[in-house]
Design a protein around this ligand. Structure first.
Ligand code: SF4
Length: 609
């Protein structure tokens, strides 16, 4: 697949053209604003609570609201919820979220503006068709799908209801799993066969999503889907989200890194930031992310460089030399910028950049003006102007527009420089990508560390902007470290955010990773409170992934690659998993956290905090 086939430009912010699809009074598609949405966590049969939560989401700025629709009863109750909201003047489109139950989808489609179905389970649960699947030809399977979807399409045509084909990593059908495994290719194939079935039924009001809790999988898969649709010359609007992103900083950084990486390349017509928090808390985060990215429209032109190695559909780390422990096969490093701080702090960063006489035993980078060659563990940061005269190992700060013939020739002759790239364009991703491609063009393999200065004033804004600007660089393996600055935010917070970005993009693990679902009407326990307790108890287990899921129905599949799972299994009951193996079934919630500790201890993976 052509590496640039998924977007309009790698160097200019431009939304990819899609068809426009009506969703009630709104439309979704590239000519429309990027729509913000969320999902309720109430019992959909509880009309009063569901309506109240929908209103909170809408009043926070949510433009579309999704509700769990497990079965016929919930589907029928969507009528009451819709009527109550409309009677109170709230016109935001409602979406029924359906798994396993075509009957529920067909009922809900009469009352709501959009129905989400999951190809992994719409045909009634993949397991039931296992034998049929083995013997069906592709044509027979397509006919089977068309027949299965026809009743829903008839209702949707009659009621002008849109359909979202929502594929999730970890919940693919057996047929797709047998052919492709749980891969980006499998997720795209699953989506494409549903698109073709709907096209055969002359139904075109489709929105697509492919989600994963793994940002790298999610970004690569959505790109592949878009490239596939562009090749077929019909691109449907895309709904973006990172599933089970978690809460607090972790959830925000993970969502911004994954969603931001796609938005910046012009992909995404509606987004949901899934947080294990009250759903209305998701709206300002999503809106800020959209505003931050769309504000880059019309940015200054960025010089193009060709590439033969860029690999947007499959992770490949850019090959670099290792210098001072940066680059090569080393994990990405973190550089704390303490140059404007009264008391520099390392906070686990490999390097501290400072003008002061700071020594704490670790490596310090000093501006050349204050560089003292007698100081141990100190390396200079050189500017574009002074790096020619200094032939020892050093950092050099450069921008794309400083790559003159003379600079390039010097870089080509050196194998002891680490380049700290200072972007000047507001489209930071595109400029840094162009810089990396420039190095490739000139056969320069020096490590690259983006050095980005923010003026965000609030920690949560800084986290969102920094993750949106740098997530793609790590997801695509383009850079070797991270140097962030914002003098309005404490240095501890800036460095913590840097670690969060590396963890969110799967390139460096500094704590336990929690794959925590946002909760919905299926949730079986107090998810938010429990997630906080689990984070406290297991947060120090570096490198482990723990899934915290509200229900067994979707939770098992959707925690995908977690090492352990804590999953709701009935009121006040929890099931514990090792990978996808059920280890403790429906034990009392009060015992579950310590039971999980015991399982991890018995696996020899527990360490005391
Ligand atoms: S795992 Fe279950 S409870 Fe959690 S969001 Fe998914 S369906 Fe809802």
């Amino acid at each position: 697949m052509n590496p640039t086939a998924y977007c309009e430009s790698l160097f200019e912010y431009k939304r990819i053209p899609t068809i426009s699809v009506p969703v009630g009074e709104l439309a979704i598609g590239s000519k429309m604003p990027i729509r913000i949405q969320s999902m309720t966590t109430t019992d959909t049969n509880d009309t009063e609570a569901s309506v109240a939560q929908c209103i909170r989401i809408i009043e926070a700025g949510g433009e579309i609201v999704r509700l769990t629709t497990q079965g016929r009863e919930e589907a029928e109750n969507m009528r009451k919820i819709s009527e109550s909201l409309r009677a109170q003047g709230y016109l935001a489109p409602l979406v029924a979220d359906v798994h396993y139950s075509p009957a529920a989808a067909e009922i809900a489609a009469k009352y709501v503006e959009k129905v989400r179905i999951n190809p992994g389970n719409y045909t009634g649960g993949a397991k039931r068709f296992e034998n049929d699947v083995d013997t069906m030809t592709d044509d027979e399977w397509m006919q089977f799908l068309v027949n299965k979807l026809k009743p829903l399409v008839l209702v949707c045509k009659l009621h002008e209801t849109t359909i979202r084909i929502g594929v999730n990593h970890g919940s693919l059908s057996d047929r797709i799993m047998a052919k492709y495994g749980d891969t980006p290719q499998g997720m795209v194939a699953s989506c494409m066969e549903y698109i073709k079935a709907f096209q055969q039924l002359a139904f075109d009001d489709l929105v697509l999503s492919i989600k994963s809790s793994n940002t790298r999988v999610m970004v690569e898969t959505v790109r592949l889907l878009v490239a596939t649709m562009r090749a077929e010359k019909r691109v449907y609007p895309i709904h973006l989200g990172v599933t089970e992103a978690g809460s607090d900083t972790e959830g925000r950084v993970k969502s911004a890194a994954g969603i931001g990486a796609l938005l910046i390349d012009g992909i995404g017509d509606t987004i949901r930031v899934s947080l294990t928090e009250d759903p209305e808390c998701e709206i300002p985060v999503a809106q800020r992310l959209v505003d931050y990215i769309t504000a880059k429209k019309g940015h200054a032109k960025i010089e193009h460089y060709p590439t033969t190695t860029y690999s947007p559909y499959e992770y490949k780390k850019r090959k670099t030399k290792e210098i001072l422990g940066v680059g090569g096969d080393r994990r990405p490093v973190i550089i704390a910028d303490a140059s404007g701080r009264k008391s520099p702090e390392r906070n686990g960063a490999e390097f501290v950049y400072t003008n002061d006489n700071y020594t704490d035993g670790g490596l310090t980078i000093a501006d050349l003006s204050s560089f003292d060659p007698k100081r141990p563990n100190c390396c200079p940061m050189l500017s574009n102007k002074n790096f020619f005269g200094y032939k020892q190992t050093a950092f050099v700060r450069l921008s794309l527009d400083e790559l003159t013939d003379e600079v390039i020739s010097e870089l080509q002759s050196r194998d002891n420089l680490i380049i700290a790239v200072r972007p000047r364009n507001v489209n930071i991703v595109a400029e840094l990508r162009a810089f990396v491609f420039a190095m490739e063009s000139y056969d320069i393999h020096l490590p690259i560390v983006p050095w980005i200065r923010y003026d965000a004033k609030q920690a949560d804004v800084f986290q969102l902007e920094a993750a949106a600007d740098t997530g793609l660089l790590f997801i695509d393996g383009l850079v070797d470290g991270l140097m962030l600055s914002d003098y309005n935010i404490t240095q501890t917070e800036v460095t913590r955010t840097s670690f969060e970005i590396l963890q969110a993009t799967q390139v460096r693990f500094s704590k336990c990773e929690f794959i925590s679902c946002p909760g919905c009407g299926r949730t079986q326990y107090n998810l938010q409170e429990t997630a906080q307790k689990i984070k406290m108890r297991f947060g120090h287990l570096v490198g482990l992934k723990i899934g915290i899921m509200g229900c067994v129905i979707n939770g098992i599949g959707e925690m995908a690659d977690a090492d352990y799972g804590y999953v709701g299994a009935g009121h006040g009951r929890i099931s514990l998993y090792r990978g996808k193996e059920l280890v403790k079934k429906a034990i009392p919630e009060t015992d579950a956290i310590e039971a999980l500790v015991d399982i991890i201890k018995s696996d020899g993976k527990w360490v005391e905090n």
